[in-house]
Design a protein around this ligand. Sequence first.
Ligand code: ADP
Ligand code: ZN
Length: 762
Amino acid sequence: MSRESEPRLFSVEPLLPFEAAALDDRLTAQVVVNRPLTSVFDYTVPEALADWIAPGCRVRVPFGRGNQQLVGYCVGLTRGVPQRRKLKEVVELIDREPLVSSMMLELTHWMSERYLCGWGQVIESVVPAGVKRQAGTREITCYALADNVNETLATRKLSKKQRLLIDFLSEAKEPQTVESLTTAGDCGTSPIHALVKSGLLVPIRRRVQRDEIDAKSILPQADLQLSGDQREALDKINGSLREQQHQTILLHGVTGSGKTEVYIQAIREVVSYGRQAIVLVPEISLTPQTIRRFSARFSNVAVLHSHLKDAERHWHWQRIASGEVQVVVGARSAVFAPLPQLGLIIIDEEHESTFKQQTTPRYHAREVARERCRIEKVPLVLGSATPTLESLERAQRGVDLLVSLPKRIENRPLPPVFLVDIRNDPLIARGHSIGRSLERAMRMALDEKGQIILFLNLRGYSTVVWCPSCRGGVKCPDCDITLTWHRDRQLLMCHSCEYASGPVQQCPVCDKPGVKYIGSGTQRLEQEVKTKFPGVSLMRMDSDSMRQPGSHDVALEAFRRGEIRILLGTQMIAKGLDFPAVTLVGVIDADTQLHQPDLRASERTFQLIAQVAGRTGRGDRPGRVLVQTMNPDEPVIQHASRHDYLAFAREELKHRLEMHSPPFAKLARIILRGLDESTVQLQARELAQLIREQSTALASGVRVLGPAPAQILKLRKHFRYHMLLSAAELSQLESLWHSVVPLINLRPDIEMQIDVDPMDMR
Ligand code: ADP
Ligand code: ZN
């Protein structure tokens, strides 16, 4: 954050140092800074700022030995506390109003403990940059009628123009800008000044939006008549709402069971109490379809997605804080939206991995939502067709409430899922992605005027560039990742960093010719579909083809209108879409995640098949699903083909219990990274040793696994080693960590990351 860009409100010269004893009755501010530090620092507040400072305001403070000035957050104020040390002073108060509420201070403090990171780091990251800068606003002067305008009027004689302005203002009820006054009065500014002088008008400084942000109007729609199951689910949520006690409700509803309608009517109840609600959805579900569903039912919806400009986000933030917004629909970070009277949080597609943030603070929106709802004494609803085992297990223990929607709306059947064993398919053997059965099914679906979705979770053209001499894939020079050939851009690209190069004929490692471009991504699949079904309208959706903001929406609309017959893509098309005319879904390769060395490999495979299958048979026409796999007997694939979530969960939970893995254990992953591999390795060994010793000494009950090279050893030029801490309870991890932190002494060229409840183990 640059110093120039911040609004500066008060600035004081540093005062002369006081005697320690004199500090007693002065105001002391507790300040946290954006550093990986758990400490809160005390500063004295100069008298000039004492009336203005409040917890939640930003301050500028001298920090560390060099007294470098940093922006920090005031998190508390005390008076009259004797200080043993001489304290430094707050140099400047940046905000006139607190930037974060007391609830947010409590929540961010909880996050810093839960995710083992600095409180200041958490606050810094949850307040949007646009809000800090007050982006897109400027101060202007507005004019309002004075309070005693009627008495004054009786004693004054007004000109015609002045009269007009007074009438206009009493009609308008709101303070008005100079422009609107001069337009209304068809005059210059002198009548305004005259009215101010005679005490009839008062000027008011206001911060306003620089540009009007356009809000599209959407035709309102009435609520639907709920089915019996939906009503039951709604009654349970409403019951919890009325009790004004926190309760987490897991809404397990198969795809197409009408979960969204339940959310909407629960929010209806919330709004009727004058409160507001948050709906969190995965970023890729923030389609116009989702937005329309909420906007058609509520008059004031704010949508927070990652494409918002700073000024837009700030504008929404202010509208939300003013209480005028009824529903906030947004991705992960919308959990921090400043609703004045929160009534309910809903997390749709609770199982999605995008709810976990992959940078510090590495929080999971579900856990933050749970804590926020606990603080604000309101219910949290988690909705999914395939809940995470963590959420299911809590519900099974009775900590959370389980509510089920076992059937689709109007008793529509779940689509039959056919497993296609492609081990002996002649086309697949020749390198095709679409095997015989799937090709036949596609022809039938097209003949019957249906639409088709093809799913392949690998983007690019060739997913591996293979060197027969090295017997390995060609890797990124900076990462431990094989390069993907993108034919459209004629580039070999790394999917982890920005590395790209032109095509190669020789292996860059052994210089031998004859490298082969093998493996299929969505681009090659697109080519294959074009060849097999010439003239059929087709669209590819992946993060390469959908780079423009908004292109996603345009594409989906075209598909909805039937202009496109075949939609193929990555997980971008697997989620939440509701297209009644889709009669066939093809999963090109169900096994991509299955054999990953990740404790959630089975869970992800199940979720994927279930979610993709959920995209068909949603209208009057029945649909079906073909899943190509080399592992048709794998239990998880069998369960998925029968839509049997509970059977899958039973088996997987048993397995997790045996393996002491989540939800039966709590994990924290520590990664060390640095440019020199042997240093990283050595430091990782020392750290693991230290943690083990400390764990034994304290009988902490924490197990340490590792260190080991991370699955992706090299990432963006840095070598990575990791270790895993595992315990029955989070509190065990927390207390061990607090005792270890002061003892850690890493070399400055080694960076440490800690990830509590890691979702990504690579
Ligand atoms: P889910 O979120 O569980 O996948 P949706 O909320 O998308 O399910 O609902 C599936 C479809 O059923 C949608 O088209 C929705 O408009 C419709 N629907 C939901 N509830 C009802 C209802 N009570 N009566 C009629 N149609 C409904
Ligand atoms: Zn790379």
